[in-house]
Design a binder for this molecule. Structure first.
Ligand SMILES: Nc1ncnc2c1ncn2[C@@H]1O[C@H](COP(=O)(O)OP(=O)(O)O)[C@@H](O)[C@H]1O
Ligand SMILES: [Mg+2]
Length: 364
């Protein structure tokens, strides 16, 4: 996938900017706070409809402005895809999505046209943070890969909210029989989520193990990823139905849904030890990189071409050997790579170097 252009208006620190990066690696250099990550965030917004670092869209609107927009044009094997997102500060106004010159009404219409994998220092939280971070990592990856996953996830979360609202209402005399309807809907949405997560984690396990070993693992360290779920993946629908039935009393008591894919986890281990609990900083960092590289492989394979690569400040934290191995692994893709020190990027020839200065100035 080739990024033809990225166009921003009143997006974070940028007033108006257009980037037309060449194929290969574009290095974005600048001091802390200069606005490097803002550029990658804008790409991410166009790919996934949301920021990778905040859930509050209004943060991305330049302080002085009421609206912000990011547009992206990519060339793929089947032609050019143009996507864009416009955000509004006004709470009631929904964000506008654009796909190939038209407005799109559903987030699912936007996702999948331009795809990216972002590497950032916060990836460490995929390993060291809680299950919610790992579910989000899986959800982002699967949503980019398969629209049905994204729709099932949306349906699941909206049904979950309604079921939880009903559970609270039941505590005040509401009709418990209504739960049957929500349970069935929830089970229907849960089944594809569980099946697709299970297949994906199987792939990630294999791919990330190899990356871990290559990037920095010692012989005796073997990386493993496994799916932790209360649902039988081979018979997800009836298993989820049974689970909801079995936990109904507890759910009514606690006024919330206690079982289902919203409680899943992606267990990461190094030679049978939990990385979350026991991994050192270095091991966790390598594991996070290995997982992201595995995402890159999965997207490349399923799309028949690599996704855009966004590498945010990741080189400085790696020793030279890991750094070189990372660069080598991702060289087939077009990449935007940020760093504070251009010497981080020794050994590989960038196609272009951009200098970013506070105030939204970009010079090559
Ligand atoms: N909504 C916004 N409006 C204007 N400036 C912003 C906004 N959000 C962040 N900034 C500015 O962007 C800069 C941080 O950009 P960032 O891309 O994170 O920097 P870095 O180069 O360190 O990655 C800060 O100077 C911050 O003040
Ligand atoms: Mg940054």
């Amino acid at each position: 996938m080739k990024l033809n252009s990225l166009r921003l208006s009143t997006f974070r620190s940028y007033e108006r900017v257009t980037l037309e990066p060449p194929e290969g690696v574009t290095v974005i250099v600048g001091e802390n706070g200069a606005g490097k990550t803002n550029l990658l965030e804008a790409v991410h917004l166009c790919c996934l409809g949301r920021s990778h670092r905040t859930t509050d869209d209004s943060e991305m609107i330049a302080h002085h402005a009421d609206t912000a927009a990011s547009y992206l044009s990519v060339s793929r094997r089947d032609g050019t895809h143009e996507v864009g997102v416009r955000l509004y500060r006004e709470q009631k106004r929904k964000k506008l999505l654009y796909v190939n010159g038209k407005t799109a009404s559903r987030m699912g219409d936007l996702i999948g046209h331009a795809t990216c994998v972002i590497f950032s220092p916060e990836d460490l939280s995929v390993v060291k943070g809680g299950p919610a971070v790992r579910r989000r990592y899986l959800d982002m990856l699967l949503s980019q890969l398969q629209r049905p996953y994204f729709y099932a996830l949306q349906a699941y979360h909206s049904t979950l909210r309604q079921r939880n609202a009903l559970l609270r209402a039941i505590a005040f005399g509401g009709d418990a029989a209504q739960l049957d309807v929500w349970d069935e809907q929830l089970a229907q949405a849960a089944a594809p989520i569980v099946r697709l997560r299970s297949v994906m984690i199987g792939k990630l396990d294999q791919l990330a193990e190899a990356h871990y070993a290559y990037i920095g693992g010692r012989e005796e360290e073997r990386f493993h990823a496994a799916y932790q779920t209360g649902i039988d993946v081979h018979d997800a629908l009836s298993s989820m139905r049974a689970l909801l039935a079995a936990s109904r009393e507890e759910d009514m008591r606690r006024q919330t849904t206690t079982a289902g894919p919203h409680r899943d986890d992606l267990l990461l281990r190094l030679s049978d030890r939990s990385l979350e609990a026991y991994g050192s900083q270095g091991q966790a960092r390598t594991a996070a990189l290995a997982l992201k590289l595995a995402s890159f492989d999965v997207l490349s394979e399923s799309q028949g071409e690599p996704p855009l690569l966004l590498l945010d400040d990741v080189l400085s934290e790696l020793d030279p050997q890991r750094r070189n191995r990372l660069i080598e692994r991702v060289q087939t893709a077009q990449a935007l790579l940020t760093c504070t020190d251009p010497s981080d990027f020794t050994g590989a020839e960038p196609a272009k170097v951009l200098h970013v200065r506070a105030g939204g100035v970009i010079e090559s």
